[in-house]
Write a protein that binds this ligand. Structure first.
Ligand SMILES: Cc1ncc(COP(=O)(O)O)c(C=O)c1O
Length: 396
């Protein structure tokens, strides 16, 4: 039986799957069994921010795991405190406490629970076409095509269409929901990666904060994909100076070297959550190897990767706009939504993989999502762009 057949037979899958076999990495190239070198413009979908094969992260993981392979979350541990203190320092203003998780889904679940517990209210309002993870809470907040197949779904979720920035009607609709429903929180990505990389302006967050505060609704920003340098700032919230009441983190927190995430909360919310029983206990949340990965990863992002994200992002945007068939590029740092003219993003993604270029797609059919590692150099950008040019030409 061939590798693809064995994969299909033995490995459970969900969503699209690509017949791309990866054996190892070499620099930021993903290498297949025939030695083919893929340019990776996805990095696991906003995951591998620090890049592949980074010794500093690998060494830190080993050092932490050697010191103690596992520390039960109920015990006090210096390294855990250090990481939580770092997150406190680097996240926006009033976010104080880190709740430890393994994944983005778990971080979102914890935020939903905390919002309901803290406000005593029930509803979570989120956006149509969003994705926040795959447990019942996160799935309730998200808007995947097939979720009804898993009914009964968790109750208490309301959706509003994706924002039309500057459109009074949209903010009016949201306020109507806040006024009429028993709303605990509004949950959204800061920059909307899943909705075709939709980038709000500053005014959006000013209006959102005004509305949430007026109606006693908590603002939860999901930075699972946005966080840790992706947008050229440590967090996308820093682009706007917005201070959410909670923030969810994962993916880029360890650049994929270990499963790790966090729900950041305002001090008073965190304190109330800490008084509940087992509601945020996570056996594998922040095991020593993951703490080691996250700590070294954050240091690397602070050591020049934010600047590189912006510099290479600008270059990538310029080069993309030179390709015929690209209508518009929406970009912050190295997070790009590439709007295609008359081409389907999923078709381009498939053909690009044949040209050894890996691309992402979103909930908008004509938008490609690009999120390469933040440490890429100019040569890597040019090589990827050249492969995309060839791909688009072959489809045109
Ligand atoms: C914005 C957002 N939130 C949450 C999640 C869920 O994270 P995880 O897959 O780590 O559970 C994802 C995953 O793609 C995401 O993009």
């Amino acid at each position: 039986m061939g590798t693809s057949e064995r994969f299909e037979r033995y490995v459970g899958r969900s969503g699209y799957y690509q017949d791309v076999e990866i054996e190892r990495t070499e620099g930021n190239f993903l290498v297949g069994p025939e030695g083919e070198h893929y340019v990776d413009f996805v990095a696991g979908w906003c995951v591998v921010n620090a890049g592949y094969g980074r010794e500093r992260i690998l060494n830190s993981m080993r050092k932490h795991a050697e010191k103690a392979a596992y520390v039960k979350p109920t015990y006090v541990n210096e390294e855990v405190i250090d990481l939580a203190e770092t997150l406190n320092d680097i996240t926006p203003g009033s976010l104080e406490a880190s709740f430890r998780t393994v994944s983005g889904t778990e971080a979102v679940e914890t935020a939903i629970k905390a919002a309901r517990m803290y406000t005593g209210k029930e509803k979570i309002v989120s956006l149509e076409e969003s994705y926040h993870g795959n447990a019942y809470g996160a799935m309730g907040a998200g808007d995947t095509d097939t979720k009804q197949e898993f009914a009964p779904l968790a109750p208490g979720f309301e959706h509003i269409r994706p924002p039309e920035y500057g459109d009074d009607e949209w903010y009016g609709e949201l306020e109507e929901m806040f006024r009429e429903e028993d709303v605990a929180a509004f949950l959204s990505e800061t920059v909307l990666t899943h909705q075709g990389v939709s980038i709000p302006g500053k005014e959006h967050y000013e209006r959102l904060r005004e509305l949430t505060e007026k109606h006693g609704v908590l603002l939860i920003l999901d930075e699972v994909a946005n966080g840790f340098g992706r947008t050229g700032e440590m967090f996308a919230a820093d682009l706007y100076g917005v201070e959410p009441d909670m923030m969810t983190l994962a993916k880029g927190m360890s650049s994929g070297y270990a499963p790790v995430g966090a729900t950041m909360m305002r001090e008073d919310i965190g304190e109330e959550m800490s008084n509940t029983d087992m509601s945020a206990y996570s056996t594998f949340g922040w095991v020593p190897s993951a703490v080691g990965a996250a700590g070294a990863n954050i240091e690397m992002i602070q050591d020049g990767l934010l600047e590189n994200a912006e510099e290479k992002g600008q270059l990538l945007e310029e080069r993309m706009m030179e390709i015929e068939g690209v209508r518009e590029v929406r970009r912050r740092g190295l997070l790009l939504g590439v709007v295609l003219d008359g081409l389907e993003a999923s078709e381009v993604r498939g053909r690009a993989a044949e040209n050894n270029l890996l691309l992402g797609t979103t909930n908008q059919e004509n938008v490609l999502m690009l999120s390469p590692p933040l440490n890429i150099d100019e040569r890597y950008v040019e090589e990827g762009v050249e492969r995309l040019r060839r791909t688009v030409e072959s489809l045109g």
